[in-house]
Design a protein around this ligand. Structure first.
Ligand code: PMP
Length: 352
């Protein structure tokens, strides 16, 4: 380790992003991207975006208005950033830096502990219950904030809005962050609760249901007093949250509701069919409301299965983490990709 490193760097265990392979002939089902391209209207907004010689709008007002229109909100309740990872980073710094520990489910998104070590926030991971679900009763202990994905990742399990409300009611003095990266695939968003709870922050992304992972746009919805804190941190870090191309494309995406619903519904239909087929092959499939499934097979080692799929040019995600080592997380691809996956698994399960 370098003697020039600051003490904080010595303590960091950074998040490792899922593999982005250099080979193009792989069926890539490892990082929960959308298998469909963005709306043609998004693509034409990118090619017609003008004036790249100018800085973008530091307030991203057009995009905030497009999001506010879509969800029937005030612009002052919307914050935007470079992907929800950056939005979350600002939230951790602006709103969760307390003396009491941050509660989050164990297992959930691995970026949370990474941000906690970056910003020196104490943590208290809360184990999922026997069914790999979040139990709202476990979130009644003293804390400096709560964060969880809904649907959870990598399980895909959804928490009903009633249970979200239970957690909010039990924690009126803590900021509660709901990371809704996968909400469009079947969960019920908590955005409707923002007006009733002054401690709620809902985070969403355009990377999954809107096919824009490559563009990096995410947003948060909360009451204006919390958004103001996020704007202060953002403006102390980088005054231009997203670039001109990203803003134009993200606006176009929110306006093309028809395309969004078409591709989202195709993914949901493929998920349901794939879940049935995997069950027939003997896999246990956790009921998913996301654009991925989380599966295990009692007769096969998950890491070995991932290796075997890779030799068939299909990449899926295996986590070497306690409790979920025997699971694979598989992104829902196109109907054709799902069929290839089932064909490959059928052969592998017969051989091994
Ligand atoms: N939250 C969760 C639960 C995720 O799985 C991801 C994607 N890895 C993100 C947030 C971040 O997504 P993005 O930065 O692309 O918006």
């Amino acid at each position: 380790m370098s003697r020039f490193w600051s003490p904080i760097v010595h303590k960091l265990t950074p998040y490792v992003a899922g593999e982005q392979p250099k080979l193009s002939n792989l069926i890539k089902l490892n990082t929960n991207e959308n298998p469909y391209p963005p709306s043609p209207k998004v693509l034409s907004s990118i090619s017609s975006t003008a004036k790249l010689e100018l800085y973008p709008d530091p307030n991203s007002d057009q995009l905030k208005d497009a999001i506010a229109d879509y969800y029937q909100l005030e612009r002052s309740t919307v914050f935007v950033g470079n992907g929800s990872d950056e939005v979350l980073a600002h939230i951790f710094q602006a709103l969760l830096n307390h003396d009491d520990p941050l509660l989050f489910p164990d297992v959930s998104y691995s970026f949370y502990p990474a941000y906690c070590s970056l910003y020196d926030i104490r943590t208290q991971p809360i184990p999922l219950d026997d069914q790999l679900s979040i139990d709202p009763d476990d979130y009644r202990i003293a804390n400096g904030g709560i964060i969880f994905p809904n649907p959870n990742a990598p399980t895909g399990k959804v928490l009903a809005l009633e249970s979200v409300r239970e957690i909010l009611n039990a924690n009126p003095d803590s900021v509660v962050v709901i990371d809704e990266a996968y909400i469009d695939f079947g969960g019920e968003t908590a955005i409707s609760l923002v007006q009733d709870y002054d401690n709620l922050v809902v985070v969403q992304t355009l990377s999954k249901s809107r096919s824009l992972a490559g563009l990096r746009v995410g947003f948060a919805i909360a009451q204006a007093h919390l958004i103001e804190a996020l704007e202060r941190v953002k403006n102390s870090f980088n005054s231009y949250p997203i670039d001109r191309v990203a803003e134009a494309a993200a606006c176009a995406s929110f306006k093309d509701v028809e395309y969004f619903e078409l591709t989202r519904n195709k993914i949901i239909a493929s998920r349901e069919q794939l879940s049935e087929q995997l069950t027939t092959l003997g896999f246990t499939v956790i009921p998913s409301k996301a654009n991925f499934v989380f599966i295990r097979h009692n007769d096969f080692d998950a890491e070995q299965l991932a290796q075997s799929l890779r030799t068939e040019s299909i990449i899926v995600r295996h986590f070497k983490k306690p409790r979920i080592e025997q699971f694979l997380r598989i992104t829902i691809g196109t109907a054709e990709q799902c069929q290839k996956l089932i064909a490959a698994l059928t052969v592998i399960c017969q051989k091994e």
